[in-house]
Design a protein around this ligand. Structure first.
Ligand SMILES: NC(=O)c1ccc[n+]([C@@H]2O[C@H](COP(=O)([O-])OP(=O)(O)OC[C@H]3O[C@@H](n4cnc5c(N)ncnc54)[C@H](O)[C@@H]3O)[C@@H](O)[C@H]2O)c1
Length: 340
C-alpha cells in the first residue's frame, strides 16, 4: 500500500516523505508547488503536480496508486497573511481539505493524518500548558480555517469508514539531522529560519513583533518542536490508525517555552554571528505565550521525542541555511559554466 503525502514538496511534508521512504513505504506526493519545490521531493516518491482541491486529479491518483492513508500537509500557514486574506485561507485550508476528505471517502481510504496547529487555541488566558480539552478560541482566520477542517474530519469519521489523527503542531523548526531536507520557504516568517537567514547576511535585520507582552522579557513565548520529532509523531499516528486506533486530536510540542529574545540569542551563539534586531509593534493574530501539554500524544501514540533541545533545533536549521546558501550560489553559477 502507498501513502499519499499532500504538500510533500514543502518544509514538513518533504521530511515526512523521507521518513516514509526510510521505513520502506511506497510514497505518492501531491503538491501544486505554490510554496514548495520539486527538488525537495525525494526522488523515490511518485510526484503529481496539482491542487488538493482538484477532485478529478484526486480520483486519478487514487486509481493509479493503491493508497491506504493520506497525510495532509498542503495548506497555507502564515497567520498575518490569513488576517489580510481570510477567504484565501478558508478556501485552501478548509474547502480544499473538504474536497480531499470527500475524494478519500469515495475511494474508500480509511486513514487520514491532518496537519493542525496550536493556532486553534488562541490565547487561553491561564491554561498553561494547554491541553486538547481546552475550548478552542482561534484568533486568526488561519486558526479557524484549521479548526473547521478538524471539525469536518470529526463529522466525516462519524458518518464514514474514515479514521483520523489531527496533530496540533506548535512551532516547528530545525531540519533533517541527515541534511536531506529543511525549510526552504521563500520569504519565510518563522523566527528560527528568519534568524538563521539574518545570521548569514541574507537579511539585514529581523523584526521583533511585540516587546510588551506579559512574559518575562516582554516578547512572545512559543514551544519550538524539532521537525524530526514532529515527523516521528506522524509515523506513530499512521501506525496507530493502521492498528485500528480511534479518531484522535493531539498536541505536538514539548511543553517548554522560549521567548523571541532567547531564540535570537541561541542563534547568535550557535552561528557565531551578530543579528541586528528592530523592535516593532504586535502583529494581529499573535498571542503572548502558548506551550503544549504533550501528555496525550505520548500516551496514545507512544510518541517519545528524541531531539528536544533548542540548540539542536538551531544547529540543524543553521546547517540547512548554509546548505541553501551554497546551493543558491551553485545554481547561480551554473549558467556561467554552460556559457564557458
Ligand atoms: N511550520 C509550522 O510551524 C507549522 C505549524 C503548525 C501547522 N503547520 C501546518 O503544517 C502544514 C505544512 O506546513 P509547512 O511549514 O511545511 O508549509 P510549506 O508552505 O512549506 O508547505 C506546504 C506545501 O503545500 C503545498 N500546497 C499548498 N496549498 C496546496 C494545494 N491547494 N494543493 C497542493 N499543494 C498545496 C505548497 O506548495 C507547499 O509545498 C501546513 O498545513 C501548516 O498549516 C505548520
Amino acid at each position: 500500500m502507498a501513502v499519499l503525502v499532500t504538500g510533500g514538496a514543502g518544509y514538513i511534508g518533504s521530511h515526512m516523505t523521507w521518513a516514509l521512504l526510510d521505513a520502506h513505504e511506497d510514497v505518492v506526493v501531491l503538491d501544486r508547488l505554490s510554496t514548495g519545490f520539486r527538488w525537495a521531493v525525494a526522488p523515490e516518491a511518485r510526484f503529481y503536480r496539482g491542487d488538493v482541491g482538484d477532485q478529478t486529479l484526486l480520483a486519478r491518483i487514487f486509481e493509479e496508486n493503491a493508497i491506504d492513508a493520506i497525510v495532509h500537509f498542503a495548506g497555507s500557514a502564515i497567520v498575518p497573511e490569513s488576517v489580510a486574506h481570510p477567504l484565501a485561507y478558508y478556501h485552501n485550508n478548509t474547502a480544499n481539505t473538504c474536497a480531499l476528505v470527500e475524494a478519500g471517502v469515495k475511494a474508500g481510504i480509511g486513514h487520514f493524518v491532518f496537519s493542525s496547529t496550536a493556532a486553534v487555541y488562541g490565547s487561553q488566558h491561564g491554561a498553561d500548558p494547554v491541553r486538547e480539552t481546552a475550548s478552542p478560541q482561534p484568533e486568526s482566520p488561519y486558526g479557524l480555517s484549521k479548526l473547521m477542517a478538524e471539525l469536518m474530519l470529526r463529522d466525516a469519521a462519524a458518518a464514514h469508514a474514515l479514521r483520523y489523527v489531527a496533530l496540533r503542531y506548535f512551532n516547528v523548526a530545525g531540519a533533517d539531522p541527515r541534511g536531506r531536507a529543511g525549510q526552504s520557504t521563500v520569504g519565510a516568517t518563522h523566527l528560527i529560519k528568519v534568524a538563521c537567514e539574518a545570521a548569514l547576511g541574507k537579511r539585514s535585520k529581523i523584526d521583533i513583533y511585540g516587546t510588551d507582552y506579559a512574559t518575562p522579557d516582554g516578547t512572545g513565548v512559543r514551544d519550538y518542536i524539532h521537525v524530526a520529532d514532529l515527523i516521528e509523531a506522524h509515523m506513530r499516528a499512521l501506525a496507530y490508525l493502521r492498528a485500528g486506533g480511534d479518531p484522535l486530536v493531539c498536541n505536538c510540542g514539548y511543553g517548554e517555552g522560549f521567548s523571541v529574545l532567547q531564540v535570537i540569542d541561541t542563534v547568535r551563539r550557535i552561528s557565531g554571528r551578530d543579528i541586528a534586531v528592530e523592535h516593532g509593534g504586535r502583529r494581529p493574530g499573535d498571542v503572548a505565550r502558548i506551550v503544549a501539554d504533550p501528555t496525550l500524544a505520548r500516551r496514545e501514540l507512544g510518541w517519545m521525542p528524541t531531539h528536544q533541545s533548542l540548540e539542536e533545533i538551531v544547529e540543524t536549521a543553521f546547517a540547512w541555511e548554509q546548505h541553501l546558501a551554497r546551493k543558491n550560489s551553485y545554481d547561480l553559477a551554473r549558467p556561467q559554466i554552460r556559457l564557458v
